[in-house]
Design a binder for this molecule. Structure first.
Ligand SMILES: Nc1ncnc2c1ncn2[C@@H]1O[C@H](COP(=O)(O)OP(=O)(O)OP(=O)(O)O)[C@@H](O)[C@H]1O
Ligand SMILES: [Mg+2]
Length: 278
């Protein structure tokens, strides 16, 4: 099978005043075309930075990212990103126009009629038939995320990069969208890298689950998910993976189990050893 993505020895440093911060260290990862990968790790471990390096928004400090054999050196429509925020749509465009606009500027479809027709197909794909003419402020949070997913997929990327796309949604909407995303992925077979803070979501969605260390982010483990789709927490193998991820990520089990909390320290990390003087 072909590799959609190869990440080799990727390290990312950021310079802040006279110091440099190591966000990612020695990341090696190969992703086969059509895989659904979930990435989980504590806040600040570099998950968004990793997606940004793949998207071409950030250059790696050392190492490289290759998509279908080509080294990534800039953003491109072969790698589309969906974010957590519910404000990623153009507020002055309807749901349909948000997608049609992306199709026009990327020249995926030529002409207004063709882009609107294709946009309609993607609206249908994400289950929003009837909401074409609604503006973002007239849509629920879950609907906005559906439009954002439809817009990203409409330009037919090779890789869909999802940075906690359901993180701002309530538990019911999150579950519905997880199922929806699985069904969309089964139809399109796009390669997905999906960042989450939620252990259940990582297990339910990921064919492979990447667990990352606290900053500087390294890959602690890559778990091959043995649970067959459709996955639920009732699957017999679920508790074992759940336990393994808790152990790897060093999470205490309790009322908030399953959700990784952000660290309580914001500036302390400036004193930690991964910050080195440049
Ligand atoms: N442009 C930047 N300049 C300087 N430092 C940055 C920049 N972007 C990210 N960082 C730092 O890199 C580290 C990783 O940040 P990143 O946003 O990738 O973490 P994350 O795992 O996505 O966290 P969260 O789960 O909270 O979203 C953090 O210490 C952050 O301060
Ligand atoms: Mg992030």
């Amino acid at each position: 099978m072909e590799h959609a993505l190869i990440i080799s020895k990727l390290t990312k440093r950021f310079s802040i005043q006279e110091r440099s911060l190591i966000a990612l260290q020695d990341i090696d990862l190969s992703v086969v075309e059509g895989e659904f990968i979930t990435i989980i790790g504590p806040s600040g471990c570099g998950k968004s930075t990793l997606l940004r390096c793949i998207a071409g928004f950030e250059p790696p400090t050392t190492g490289f990212v290759q998509v279908e054999g080509q080294e990534v050196d800039s953003p491109g429509i072969d790698r589309m990103m969906v974010f957590q925020g519910l404000d990623q749509l153009f507020p002055w465009l309807s749901a349909l126009e948000n997608i049609a606009f992306a199709l026009r500027v990327t020249r995926t479809a030529r002409g207004a009629a063709k882009s609107r027709a294709l946009a309609r197909d993607y609206i249908n794909l994400v289950g929003l038939r009837g909401y074409e003419d609604f503006y973002p402020h007239q849509l629920s949070g879950g609907m906005k995320q559906r439009v954002a997913i439809a817009r990203a997929l409409s330009v037919q990327p090779k890789i869909l990069l999802m940075d906690e796309p359901f993180g701002s949604l309530d538990a019911f909407t999150r579950k519905a969208l997880q199922e929806e995303l699985t069904s969309i992925w089964q139809k399109t077979r796009v390669t997905v890298l999906f960042v989450t803070h939620n252990i259940e979501e990582a297990i339910v969605q990921g064919d492979r689950i990447i667990a990352m260390s606290p900053q500087p982010g390294r890959i602690l483990s890559v778990i091959d998910n043995p649970i067959l789709r459709p996955r639920t927490p009732d699957s017999p193998e679920f508790p074992e993976i759940w336990e393994a991820l808790h152990r790897l990520l060093g999470i205490q089990k309790g009322p908030a189990a399953g959700v990784l909390r952000p660290p309580q320290r914001a500036f302390e990390e400036i004193e930690t050893p991964h910050l080195v003087a440049t």
